[in-house]
Design a protein around this ligand. Structure first.
Ligand code: ZN
Length: 267
């Protein structure tokens, strides 16, 4: 009860700032507020991990935002505001497992929650850093060169950044959610990186890809910057990048459960 009230206060302040700075849409703000309150009700450690993830992800998203938008304008829709689907894709599995862990003391469920959040962090860092610092991204499946911003592409800088994003959540989570052990940090970091990798594989294979007849270019946009309506050509038409992020966080949770069982022995 006490945690819920404090959670409402902190989540209210953080998400109001997100709305004011244009990083959350109105529904995105409401969704982020809900997840923040529920995560805090689940435990202080989960709240600390979520705030750490959110603050770092928001800062990296705003870093060099104009240059990144210019580089990716042909590939992906240009929306600065995170909507509710994007918020839930990043935070729903984390919050669900965190609430489950509240009444199930087996550390497996804390690993699942933090693995999902580490994957969300790894994926965000890879995108936001890789788009600016990375060389031409290559398809994780075919290794062909892709346009900057297209899903399924990876770069050296982006992959390194994904380790950083996962490590930040792993350290914060392990030391605040009562998993104090370097093996827990290693398990969560690896789970986060694997989740981001699953996101890239799904992005390169099953995610919807569209084609602009005029520019003869692959894109994820419905209307290309040239003004042409693009056509669906590859992948499942309904499987957008936002939905692939659910695959990312679910994979992080599953990887964390499996890796924790293999390598983490609670003392
Ligand atoms: Zn075009």
């Amino acid at each position: 009860m006490m945690r819920g009230l404090v959670g409402a206060l902190v989540a209210g302040l953080v998400t109001a700032r997100g709305r004011a700075t244009g990083s959350l849409s109105p529904k995105g703000q409401a969704s982020a507020f809900l997840l923040g309150v529920l995560a805090t009700a689940a435990g202080w450690g989960f709240a600390a991990s979520l705030v750490t993830f959110y603050v770092a992800a928001e800062a990296l998203t705003r870093w060099r935002a104009e240059e990144k938008a210019r580089r990716t304008i042909a590939a992906v829709p240009q929306t600065a505001e995170r909507n509710s689907t994007q918020v839930f894709a990043n935070g729903a599995f984390f919050t669900a497992f965190a609430l489950y862990a509240l009444h199930h003391p087996n550390p497996r469920w804390r690993f699942a929650a933090l693995g999902a959040l580490a994957a969300a962090s790894a994926d965000t860092w890879a995108t936001e850093v890789g788009t600016f610092l990375g060389n031409a991204p290559r398809s994780v499946v075919t290794w062909s060169v892709l346009a900057p911003g297209m899903s399924g592409g990876i770069s050296g800088a982006g992959t390194l950044a994904s380790v950083g994003g996962a490590l930040l959540v792993a350290i914060t989570g392990a030391f605040t959610a009562d998993l104090r052990d370097w093996r827990a940090v290693a398990v969560l970091t690896l789970a986060g990186v694997l989740g981001a990798l699953a996101d890239s594989v799904a992005g390169a294979t099953v995610q919807s890809k569209r084609w602009c007849d005029r520019c003869r270019e692959w894109t994820e946009r419905r209307v290309h910057p040239c003004g042409y309506r693009t056509k669906h050509r590859l992948g499942m038409v309904w499987l957008t990048n936002d939905l692939v992020n659910f695959i990312c966080t679910a994979s992080g949770a599953v990887a964390a459960i499996v890796l924790a069982r293999l390598f983490y022995v609670p003392s």
